[in-house]
Design a protein around this ligand. Structure first.
Ligand code: NAD
Length: 287
């Protein structure tokens, strides 16, 4: 059976009715790292549609970041593009300083920036290992640390949210599925899982919630080779019981829910958004 993936575009983002209630994230400021492409862009737009002002972090690609800011403005929210390499401590501190100065505070961090540098294990260079760990894991640590500092400084504003702040880490199914040829990437995402849970445990008493979304195969530039030809797509579907690729909007809706007070009792958890990729698809037909 061939199924295309267009059905998702008709689904709404998590937005409250406009008649009397404000959007779920009204009055909140989100910072999304790596928001000029793929999942980060989808998340930034979903958060804006849910009422948040959004800082669009990018490392390279200013034009793409400014176009996301323009879409945020078209949704009636404030957007601000800030260039920063998330693996650079000074750049991250400066980004948060500027975001807080210009938009007032940060309520929601989406730790999304990430990359792959794939290699057979015995040929993997130390540079490939270090770069992936620096961006995917250390970058999330640095941004989470600045966010927690701001959340604790400001505390809860009950009229805005039940929580002092929300962190959503973009992990991967590869936090639990080993991935040959991608040892650095899988190690970074496994690290994100226990970093997320440990931070969640430590900051919960301050009413700070920390969770992950763990995507399966999402249609973005990071994995073009896995979906851009029919053969590759069919091959990919062997790993996806739901038989369609995910779209950035699938992640945007989940992040919006996790950031909202509808998820107020949810902390320290990984939400797999993977069309069943973590359900051992090899056993689909009984094994
Ligand atoms: P993408 O390549 O479209 O986006 C990655 C983003 O991260 C880009 O905006 C890039 O500029 C940014 N980035 C890279 N290094 C950076 C740095 N040092 N500082 C700041 N920004 C930096 O790919 P994507 O699929 O949208 O990936 C987003 C996140 O989703 C990543 O963490 C990735 O591991 C995760 N993820 C993606 C998939 C998928 O199937 N696409 C699956 C699981 C997890």
């Amino acid at each position: 059976m061939k199924l295309d993936s267009t059905c998702t575009s008709a689904l709404p983002v998590v937005t409250m009715p406009t008649c009397s209630t404000p959007p779920v994230l009204a009055g909140q400021v989100a910072l999304v790292t790596g928001a000029n492409s793929g999942i980060g862009k989808g998340v930034a737009l979903a958060l804006a549609q849910a009422g948040a002002d959004v800082v669009v972090n990018y490392r390279d690609g200013r034009e793409a970041a400014e176009s996301v800011v323009a879409s945020i403005a078209a949704a009636g929210r404030r957007g601000l593009a800030i260039q920063a390499d998330v693996s650079d401590e000074r750049a991250v501190v400066a980004m948060f300083d500027r975001a807080i100065r210009e938009l007032g505070t940060i309520d929601i961090l989406v730790n999304n920036a990430g990359l792959q540098m794939d290699s057979p294990f015995e040929r993997m260079t130390l540079a490939q290992w270090n770069t992936v760990l620096a961006v995917n894991l250390t970058g999330q640590f640095l941004c989470a640390r600045e966010s927690v500092r701001e959340f604790k400084r400001r505390g809860v504003r009950p009229e805005i949210s039940c929580a002092a702040g929300k962190i959503i880490c973009v992990s991967s199914v590869h936090e639990v599925i080993p991935w040959a040829g991608h040892v650095n990437y899988a190690a970074s995402k496994g690290g994100v899982m226990l970093m997320m849970k440990s931070i969640a445990q430590e900051v919960a008493p301050y009413r700070i919630r920390v969770n992950s979304v763990s995507p399966g195969a999402i249609r973005t530039p990071i994995n073009t080779a896995a979906w851009s030809t029919q053969d590759a797509y069919d091959d990919l579907m062997r790993l996806v019981p739901y038989k369609r690729i995910g779209e950035p909007e699938d992640i945007g809706r989940a992040v919006t829910w996790l950031a909202s007070d509808a998820a107020d009792y949810v902390t320290g958890t990984s939400l797999y958004i993977d069309g069943g990729m973590t359900l051992y698809p090899g056993f689909e037909t009984g094994g």
